[in-house]
Design a protein around this ligand. Structure first.
Ligand SMILES: C[S@@+](CC[C@H](N)C(=O)[O-])C[C@H]1O[C@@H](n2cnc3c(N)ncnc32)[C@H](O)[C@@H]1O
Length: 344
C-alpha cells in the first residue's frame, strides 16, 4: 500500500532534463562546481548529463521557520524562509526531492536535514519516493545547547535537527563510524608486558573456539580462580586520558553546535552547519570519488568537506550572499572551483 501526502498544489508532472551541464572533475580539473541559480533549473540541466550518477546528496533546505536570515558579518539578507502555508512549502520541496532522486546513483544515499517544523512532511514524501524500506536512519542531532529563551518556554527546548537518510538501492555505501568516549582511569587495567590499558568483560556467550582465538590474540584474562574474561584494549590520548571506542548510534550529541566551532570555520552565514556533521555523513555513506550534490549549498559546508575527503562536488544556491560566502571559503581553502550561472 502506498501512502501519499496530498495538498492542493501537488504536481506530479514529469520533470524532464532541460539544458545541459558537463562537469569535469579529473586530476587537473576543479575540485567541484558551484552553480548559481534556482536548484530546479540546475538539477534539470544536470539530469541530461548526470542522471543516476550522484553518490551522495545532502539537502539542508529552508525549514519552514517563517524567518528571514541575515549574514552576521556583512549584515545583508541571505535568504528568506517564509511560506504562505504548508502547501506552498511542499510545492517548493516536492519537485526538488524528485529531481535529487532521479540524479542519485543506484548505490547513492540521500540525506535531508530539517527540524520539528518540516520533519512530519518530509518523511512521508521520502517514503513515497524511495519506499519506506529504503529508510536507513532518522538521526537526531543537538544543534544548540538548551539555553536562554528555549529554557524559559513551557516546553522542552526545540534544539534538535532531524536527519533523514534514504538509500536509493540495495547496495548503498556503508562505513560504520566509531567514536571514542573518555574512560575513568580506574575503569582500566594496565598490561605489565605491553603497557597497554584494557577493560574486562565476562566471556558471555563466546564459544571455547572463540576464546582460543582471542587467547592467541592476547585478549583473554584468567582470574586466579580460573574465570575467563575478555580484554578490550583502550586508546590513550596524548594527555594520558583513556578512551573507549563506541559505535556511533542515531543520537548525535557528540557533534558540537556551530557556535563551538573554531572561529576560522564560522563564516557568519546564518544557518551554516558544522563541518564535523558533514564529515560524519560523507565518510559513513560515500566513497572517495563519489559525486556529492548539495542543492541548498549556503556557505558551502558540504563542498569544502567533500573536497577535503576526495569527493568531487556540485553545490547550488540562488542567494548572492551564499555564493559569495561559499566562494570565499572554498578559495581560502585552496580549492579550485568552477562557477557557472544557470538560467531559470
Ligand atoms: C539552510 S541554508 C543551507 C546552509 C548550508 N547547509 C550551510 O552549511 O551553510 C539553505 C540554503 O538554500 C538556499 N536556497 C533556498 N531555496 C533555493 C532554491 N530554490 N534554489 C537554490 N538555493 C536555494 C538558500 O539561499 C540558503 O542558502
Amino acid at each position: 500500500m502506498t501512502v501519499r501526502l496530498q495538498w492542493p498544489g501537488r504536481d506530479d508532472s514529469p520533470l524532464d532534463p532541460s539544458g545541459r551541464l558537463d562537469l569535469v572533475h579529473d586530476a587537473d580539473a576543479p575540485h567541484g562546481t558551484l552553480l548559481e541559480g534556482d536548484n530546479v533549473a540546475a538539477m534539470r540541466a544536470l539530469l541530461s548529463t548526470h542522471a543516476g550518477q550522484v553518490g551522495l546528496a545532502y539537502l539542508d533546505p529552508p525549514y519552514m521557520s517563517g524567518a528571514d536570515y541575515v549574514h552576521e558579518g556583512v549584515r545583508a539578507r541571505a535568504y528568506g524562509d517564509r511560506w504562505a502555508d504548508r502547501g506552498s512549502y511542499l510545492d517548493m520541496l516536492w519537485p526538488r526531492l524528485r529531481l535529487v532522486h532521479a540524479l542519485l546513483a543506484p548505490h547513492g544515499t540521500l540525506w535531508v536535514q530539517v527540524d520539528h517544523r518540516a520533519s512530519g512532511l518530509v518523511q512521508p514524501l521520502l517514503d513515497e519516493l524511495f519506499g519506506p524500506e529504503r529508510l536507513r536512519n532518522v538521526i537526531a542531532w543537538r544543534r544548540a545547547p538548551p539555553l536562554g529563551r528555549q529554557v524559559q518556554s513551557r516546553q522542552f527546548p526545540r534544539n534538535v535537527d532531524l536527519l533523514f537518510a534514504y538509500a536509493k538501492g540495495g547496495g548503498a555505501r556503508w562505513h560504520p563510524p566509531v567514536t571514542r568516549v573518555p574512560l575513568p582511569s580506574r575503569a582500566a587495567r594496565q598490561d605489565p608486558a605491553t603497557g597497554r590499558y584494557f577493560t574486562l568483560a565476562p566471556r558471555g556467550d563466546y564459544t571455547d573456539e572463540s576464546v582460543a582465538r582471542l587467547e592467541a590474540e592476547g585478549r583473554i584474562h584468567r582470574t586466579p580462580s580460573g574465570k575467563v574474561y575478555v580484554k578490550y584494549f583502550v586508546e590513550q590520548g596524548e594527555d594520558g586520558t583513556l578512551y573507549k571506542p563506541r559505535a556511533v548510534d542515531a543520537l548525535w550529541d557528540d557533534v558540537a553546535p556551530l557556535r563551538h566551532a573554531p572561529p576560522k570555520e564560522r563564516t557568519g552565514y546564518p544557518t551554516q552547519k558544522p563541518e564535523p556533521l558533514l564529515q560524519r555523513i560523507l565518510e559513513a555513506t560515500s566513497d572517495p570519488g563519489d559525486l556529492v550534490l548539495d542543492p541548498f549549498a549556503g556557505s558551502g559546508t558540504t563542498a569544502i568537506v567533500a573536497a577535503r575527503l576526495g569527493r568531487p562536488f556540485v553545490a547550488i544556491d540562488q542567494s548572492d550572499v551564499a555564493l559569495a560566502t561559499a566562494s570565499t571559503r572554498l578559495e581560502a581553502a585552496g580549492l579550485r572551483v568552477r562557477r557557472e550561472r544557470v538560467a531559470s
